[in-house]
Design a protein around this ligand. Structure first.
Ligand code: 3PG
Length: 214
């Protein structure tokens, strides 16, 4: 189920390597923001369901920028997963394990990247046939030391660490063989978005791209 080899969206996440995690309050920001990131080579984004605008933001990007890989993040329920997919999301990401959401995605052939914080949760996902999970909140949980420790018992599992990834430590995460890609909010901070400062966001995106593709 959603093998890493045969799920195109997972390939796109792997080649983008650093995935901006975006919380968009105003749908009109969605396309200029995603376009700014894509111009700098960050062609995959995670739009969080932390605002009312999330679904609209996803649909605007899906319509205007079909080349951008679109994940819905902070998806907590099957209803949100369905809304995300109807809006144009190509994959669903959750901060934790929600069996109902995972099962809805699997039944509907929607790629799902659930958040894990423990070995038991990794095993739960393995039993559902998943081979890519989020590690959240990565830095608090132990960061690269935890990822190295997970390699022993789960050699085939790949992780998308998110939470505490910054320009200073992103390369250290990305060089681990079990890290598929990283996610982070630092590329599009709320303050810059509120100010409409897409120039500064573009600079942060360029910096992230250079870290991901040295
Ligand atoms: C997430 O939703 O994945 C996290 O909030 C991202 O954490 P960060 O703000 O430390 O990047």
């Amino acid at each position: 189920m959603f093998s890493l080899d045969y799920t195109p969206i997972f390939h796109q996440l792997h080649s983008t390597k650093i995935i901006p995690v975006l919380t968009i309050s105003s749908p009109s920001d969605a396309v200029p923001l995603a376009a700014t990131l894509a111009e700098q080579g960050l062609n995959a984004v995670e739009i969080t369901f932390r605002t009312e605008a999330a679904a609209k933001a996803i649909s605007e990007i899906a319509y205007s920028l079909p080349q951008v890989t679109l994940c819905a993040g902070t998806v907590l329920t099957p209803e949100q997963a369905e809304l995300a997919v109807r809006s144009g999301a190509q994959a669903v990401i959750s901060p934790g394990i929600n069996p109902e959401t995972i099962d809805w995605c699997l039944s509907n052939h929607v790629p799902i990247i659930p958040g894990c914080a423990t070995p038991s949760e990794v095993e739960f996902c393995m039993r559902r046939g998943l081979s890519l999970v989020k590690l959240f909140p990565a830095a608090v949980l132990g960061g690269t030391a935890l990822l190295n420790a997970l390699k022993g018992p789960y050699p085939s599992m790949k992780f998308m660490p998110t939470g505490g990834i910054r320009p200073e430590n992103a390369a250290e995460y990305l060089q681990l063989s079990n890290v598929w890609c990283c996610g982070g909010t630092w590329i599009a901070p709320q303050s810059l978005l509120n100010d409409g400062n897409f120039g500064a966001i573009g600079s942060l995106a360029a910096e992230a791209f250079a870290i991901a593709h040295p």
